[in-house]
Design a protein around this ligand. Structure first.
Ligand SMILES: Nc1ncnc2c1ncn2[C@@H]1O[C@H](COP(=O)(O)OP(=O)(O)OP(=O)(O)O)[C@@H](O)[C@H]1O
Ligand SMILES: [Mg+2]
Length: 606
């Protein structure tokens, strides 16, 4: 399993991590302060316990003043009550504040994710990105909310108790500090080595979720190929990766954490060893020693907590690398001067001027593409599969950026046009119809959220989907399922055409929009479209010649180049590639007795 490149992220230092995450605390500084203050109170009340205990042992029991026992016990009870009350308040403040921080972070990460260029998603697994938005963000938020509180309370407790201990007995305190050196060395070692392990663990979670998401979407393929066992094995591998990485984190933790606690106990033993004789020779009272030991427990407790804090920090740091990878990725606008809106009204003249493009930087998917679509023209693109037709049209709404050359809409270079303005003027029906998991109505209205009911009906009639929608049990309120699984491909295509028509943009891109509907339905859609396309510039990619016969220009593509151009008659007269394709198609139609075969891709050797 090679998951390294797909799921990895750039490593950032602890300082960078802290500097950048603390930003999220700023809007809630008062809540953070309140949280810390309440935590101080809670701890402060805990400190009273050893003091009162010492008082009961030495003064009440030792001095045989039993009448003081009740007030002392009540005092202790009151302290505990106050302590837990503060604790309850702290939990409430902490939760509110924590949820606000996580909400802000998730919102930012998601907003950024949506504005990343399409090619970012070409190289990432959706399941891994989901893990980053959900798990990794939660891990980072924990360190901000719990971490800040714990750091503050831990350090304050350590200092306060140290002072109390020094006041009580300097010699014993010095002894108690001996294990501190071991604790510091251990913590340092853990901090320096933990990041790598946590990082592996987070990558393993991402890898497992990515596979899970992929397989849930491909469940029909898994079944039809009978690959359940194969997928069991693949999932087992990923889950095992997670098990191993978690075990490796925990193995080290299992050695480190008890070792640190043991070092603390060492101090306790030393204090008893030296303190015992002190009580016997009268330099210290018994209550004094017991009180000292209680305080000592309270001293080692926060020191022990430092390990947990460190564990939380290192885990969050590894998670934050993955979150910042998203936040730091260049957004679609970056590096381009995309500020001008597209000048309105858009006439719809489109010009490509010597455009070159490649997906990976090397090789050329589009070579020297030049074309000129006058307003209202229909431009058809034909050519073998993989010849670059979809790529060519995807450059117009700037899903990808051309490597060289320029694209103009109404003489305005689109490289300088804001994406929002550009995309609002282009309707796209993509090759793979995608519907959101909602109702039919919601999916069509996605084209224009404020469209009236009549406008929506007009669009769905033009796309010839009104009738089938009405025959669904819930009509326009029927749910389409995830990605529209409850509908046939042709139905999905028609709904996506309706959605695009509702958008009512001056430029229309139809990438195999009617490839999966029958010829009769297609003809009906064509008629409606030709009315609608009359004053729009449209780019139509189709394998059926009937769809493109009436196009003003037909561009024949091959290996990323436009090898022929002209209208149907001109290209037939030329007797080139297009004419050959038509000939083959005519023969196919003859074979079928005039009935067109569905989607027969051009595989002709051009
Ligand atoms: N996201 C992508 N990342 C990398 N390469 C891609 C990507 N999309 C397409 N390609 C490659 O670019 C080339 C052109 O693909 P494109 O989708 O434009 O072809 P097409 O003409 O639309 O084919 P079809 O008729 O099958 O839809 C192909 O070789 C394809 O492998
Ligand atoms: Mg395509």
């Amino acid at each position: 399993m090679d998951t390294s490149s797909e799921f990895s992220s750039r490593s950032r230092s602890t300082m960078e991590f802290l500097r950048r995450t603390v930003v999220y605390l700023r809007p809630y500084k008062w809540a953070a302060a309140g949280n810390i203050i309440l935590a101080f109170f809670t701890i402060g009340f805990y400190f009273v316990f050893p003091y009162v205990t010492q008082y009961i042992i030495d003064t009440v029991i030792g001095g045989r003043k039993m009448d003081l026992l009740l007030p002392a016990a009540l005092c202790l009870l009151g302290t505990f009550l106050l302590c837990e009350f503060c604790n309850a308040l702290r939990i409430i403040v902490n939760t509110h504040f924590g949820q606000n921080v996580i909400f802000d972070m998730r919102r930012d990460v998601y907003a950024r994710l949506q504005r990343l260029p399409v090619h970012f998603f070409d190289h990432r697994a959706s399941g891994d990105l989901m893990t980053r938005v959900i798990d990794d963000v939660a891990s980072v938020h924990r360190v901000l909310v719990d971490g800040v509180e714990r750091t503050a309370t831990t350090f304050l407790s350590i200092i306060v108790i140290l002072i109390i201990l020094l006041f009580k007995n300097v010699t014993l305190t010095m002894l108690a500090l001996i294990p501190l050196a071991i604790l510091i060395a251990g913590t340092l070692w853990y901090t320096l080595t933990a990041h790598r392990r946590y990082r592996k663990q987070r990558e393993a979670i991402g890898a497992m979720n990515a596979l899970l998401m992929d397989n849930l979407q491909g469940v029909r393929q898994i079944k039809s190929f009978g690959r359940q066992n194969h997928e069991d094995e693949r999932f087992r591998e990923r889950a095992d990766g997670l098990r191993h990485s978690t075990l490796s984190v925990m193995k080290v933790w299992a050695a480190y954490s008890p070792a640190m606690t043991f070092a603390g106990s060492l101090g306790m033993v030393l204090v008893l060893w030296v303190g015992g004789p002190m009580v016997v020779d009268g330099t210290m009272t018994l209550g004094g020693l017991v009180g000292f030991i209680f305080y000592l427990t309270l001293f080692y407790q926060p020191i022990g907590r430092l390990d947990g804090l460190n564990q939380m920090l290192q885990s969050a740091r590894a998670a934050s690398d993955r979150v910042f990878d998203i936040l730091d990725a260049a957004d679609e606008q970056q590096g381009w001067d995309r500020i001008a809106p597209l000048k309105t009204p858009v006439r719809g003249e489109v010009r490509y001027d010597r455009v070159n493009f490649s997906y990976n930087g090397s090789g050329r998917t589009l070579k020297d593409i030049s074309l000129h679509a006058r307003p209202g023209e229909m431009i058809a693109l034909v050519g073998p599969t993989g010849s670059g037709k979809s790529t060519l049209v995807n450059l117009l709404p700037a899903f990808y950026e051309a490597a060289s050359g320029r694209i103009f809409i109404d003489s305005q270079d689109i490289a300088g046009v804001s994406l929002e303005s550009l995309r609002s003027r282009i309707s796209v029906v993509s090759q793979e119809a995608f519907l959101f998991n909602g109702t039919v109505r919601e999916n069509i209205l996605y084209g224009r959220l404020d469209a009236t009911g009549d406008q929506m009906l007009a669009a769905s009639r033009a796309a010839n989907c009104h009738e089938f929608i009405m025959s669904l049990p819930g009509g326009y309120d029927s749910r389409v399922g995830e990605r529209g699984v409850k509908l046939s491909v042709g139905e999905k295509q028609r709904i996506s055409i309706a959605r695009a028509l509702l958008k009512d943009a001056p430029i229309l891109i139809l990438d195999e929009a009617t490839a999966s509907v029958d010829t009769v339905t297609e003809r009906l859609i064509q008629e409606a479209l030709s009315r609608l396309m009359a004053n729009r510039t449209s780019f139509v990619i189709a394998h059926r010649l009937s769809t493109i016969r009436n196009a003003h220009q037909i561009l024949v593509m091959h290996h990323g180049e436009i090898v022929e151009r002209g209208n149907h008659e001109e290209l037939l007269d030329r007797g080139g590639v297009y004419a050959r394709l038509c000939l083959i198609r005519d023969m196919e139609e003859d074979d079928k007795g005039g009935v067109q075969k569905r989607k027969a891709p051009y595989t002709t050797d051009l």
